[in-house]
Design a binder for this molecule. Structure first.
Ligand code: RIB
Ligand code: CA
Length: 332
């Protein structure tokens, strides 16, 4: 008798670029997630574009019933910036995607981030995939917000100080470093886990062989995921020099859905550099005299396990009910 895997109730905050889109497929179509709402924030692309991209991604996953709520249009104090040089002008590889069937919701993202965990205390997992502007704005209205979620996973930072948007900073934290600091000041390691860009640069990178395997699946989700990540593949080749393209948001979502995929973690005190030269760099204090830890920081994931979840999900057609078996070894 195959065990039924309980689905994880999720709220997802995203700046929907091409990797966020794949994370939304994992959340909505792997069979492991129960997406209650998606909130969008300015980041990779302007928030109106990110909202469109989220609606399209959920539609491809066969989940047009999931509400999408637009949020903050710019960082707390910094000038708006995008990563369109990485993901394309529309954030989705400029492949000419059709308009989504569903429209965005009128309720603001910050109101959703505040109200849902009050209605469902301790039940919801929040996964953030973009700059932390919406979360910080919510925290300014409810300092205890993070304690109301079951857990908060953030794709944020680079623990090895090797940056993508600058020599030392990761884009989500660099885009709104003040917001990242507000989140860290409210975080505790039992409630908040950060998965940095360093984690997705390992055996989780989508090599040419992985890309061919994804393309050859030929399903709507696999074809979508492959096509929209052509631009980021070019950027990886020309800028970061990775042996393929990285999928930091899907890696973060995979850890939220299957925490056992995180094979190395540490509890540390983290702050954020705000100066111009080091804007967005993580300040990780490992001294004996360091302040008490405020984060759980994932340092390594199983690239093999991540990719298996990715391929299993993208191989399915929208609306397939059963989740991939997390323990196939038990049934051999
Ligand atoms: O640095 C990687 C992060 O920045 C990812 O969330 C990607 O989507 C971009 O937003
Ligand atoms: Ca993102």
């Amino acid at each position: 008798m195959e065990e039924t895997v309980p689905k994880l109730p999720l709220i997802i905050d995203t700046d929907t670029g091409s990797d966020d889109a794949v994370a939304l497929l994992l959340a909505a179509a792997s069979g492991l997630g129960d997406v209650r709402a998606v909130t969008t924030v300015a980041g990779n692309v302007p928030v109106v574009t990110g909202t469109r991209n989220a609606l399209i991604s959920l539609q491809i996953a066969g989940c047009v019933d999931i509400p999408v709520h637009p949020g903050c249009e710019r960082p707390m104090t910094r000038a708006p910036s995008t990563a369109q040089q990485v993901h394309g002008h529309d954030g989705m590889g400029d492949v000419g995607l059709p308009k989504p069937l569903r429209a965005a919701e009128p309720q603001h993202a910050v109101d959703v981030l505040l109200s849902y965990p009050r209605w469902h205390p301790g039940e919801l997992t929040l996964v953030t995939l973009g700059p932390l502007t919406n979360i910080a704005a919510a925290l300014l209205r409810d300092r205890d917000l993070l304690t109301r979620y079951r857990h908060v996973y953030c794709m944020a930072g680079a623990a090895d100080m090797r940056g993508n948007i600058s020599a030392t900073a990761e884009f989500n934290v660099w885009a709104d470093p003040e917001a990242a600091r507000v989140v860290l000041q409210a975080a505790t390691p039992d409630k908040v886990t950060w998965i940095g860009w360093d984690v997705s640069r390992t055996d989780a990178v989508m090599t040419p062989a992985d890309q061919l395997r994804l393309e050859r699946l030929g399903t709507p989700m696999a074809t979508f995921a492959h096509r929209i990540n052509r631009t980021v593949n070019d950027w990886a080749r020309d800028v970061t020099g990775l042996p393929g393209y990285d999928l930091p948001d899907p890696v973060t979502m995979a850890v939220a859905l299957r925490p056992e995929l995180a094979i190395e973690r540490e509890q540390v005190h983290v702050d954020i550099a705000l100066g111009e030269e080091t804007r967005g760099q993580l300040i990780i204090d490992r001294r004996r005299s360091a302040p008490v830890p405020n984060l759980t920081l994932v340092r390594r994931v199983s690239g093999t396990g991540f990719k298996q979840l990715l391929f299993d999900t993208c191989a399915r057609t929208p609306g397939q009910a059963s989740a991939p078996d997390p323990h196939p070894e038990r049934h051999r």
